[in-house]
Write a protein that binds this ligand. Structure first.
Ligand SMILES: C[S@@+](CC[C@H](N)C(=O)[O-])C[C@H]1O[C@@H](n2cnc3c(N)ncnc32)[C@H](O)[C@@H]1O
Length: 264
């Protein structure tokens, strides 16, 4: 079996984080400092509005990377478990937790394959993982895993990138004749199927053993992002069985149906 489309970028990304002496994913994308992870402002604004019935709620961050979000939560009284796809990210997360004198349980785990039985959580956090899980089937697996592992009344916080009008060049199209799908240029290296919000990046050569690669007009592309417009992201979460309690763009506070009293 091949390797799923979401491995390549993240394997290479963490090799770069390590080689460049950096501590977190955001630092290879222009930010500086372990503490300045991308969802920090959102978490700071919503955490005081969440109500838990226990003094030290159990939290899971999937796609935790080197653990800046997990450390942030542990420093605020959560018992934290963090999982990530990439072994090097988890190795670095363990080093960072030690440096910060925090006890966090980390494991290498694909969220799409997380067993549904096991520990349940008061809080599950996605800090910019979801946009890299592209296909409907994989996103359904993420939501099913979250539903299975969220306690009744537990909260699900998402920070995701969404459709970016500035990257979208609808006048520059590539048409895939066999399927009739019209792709538009998106950002520097991407093409988007605007009907689904799926963004593909061009591969330098053949797809090798990557699953999910597509050939369009003689070039190979790998699924890379799901950039939904905010209303479509909301609809996806509602259809997956969540209540959306708050949304600003790609930042959402969700819960299972009936969780309304836990936020506000
Ligand atoms: C944009 S990075 C953000 C990392 C971290 N949350 C942070 O704020 O530094 C996305 C993370 O999701 C992880 N990831 C991607 N797909 C995953 C999957 N299927 N299961 C678990 N982790 C995944 C990547 O390895 C990467 O660490």
């Amino acid at each position: 079996m091949g390797q799923k489309y979401y491995y390549r970028e993240h394997i290479e990304g963490y090799q770069r984080v390590r080689a460049e002496g950096k501590t977190a994913w955001a630092e290879i994308h222009g930010s500086t400092g372990f503490e300045n992870f991308s969802s920090r402002v959102f978490l700071e604004s919503v955490l005081p509005r969440l109500h838990f019935s226990v003094p030290t709620p159990a939290a899971l961050e999937y796609g935790c990377g080197t653990g800046p979000g997990a450390c942030f939560l542990a420093g605020r009284g959560f018992q934290v478990d963090g999982i990530d796809l990439i072994p090097l990210a988890i190795e670095m997360a363990r080093e960072e937790a030690r440096k910060h004198n925090l006890v966090i349980h980390y494991a290498v785990q694909d969220i799409c394959d997380l067993p549904h039985g096991g520990k349940t959580y008061d809080l599950i956090v996605d800090s910019y993982c979801l946009q890299g899980i592209v296909t409907d089937a994989d996103r359904a697996k993420v939501y099913a895993a979250v539903r299975a592992r969220l306690k009744p009344g537990g909260m699900y916080l998402i920070s995701s990138a969404v459709f970016d009008e500035e990257r979208y060049r609808p006048q520059e199209t590539i048409v895939d004749a066999p399927s009739g799908i019209v792709y538009s240029r998106y950002g520097e290296k991407g093409i988007i199927d605007a009907a689904t919000g799926i963004v593909y990046v061009e591969l330098e050569g053949s797809p090798g053993s990557y699953e999910g690669a597509i050939e369009v007009c003689g070039r190979w592309y790998l699924p890379n992002r799901r950039h939904l417009k905010p209303p479509a992201l909301r609809m996806e979460l509602l259809a997956a069985g969540f209540t959306v309690l708050y949304q600003e763009g790609g930042n959402l506070v969700c819960g299972p149906v009936g969780a309304e009293g836990s936020y506000g």
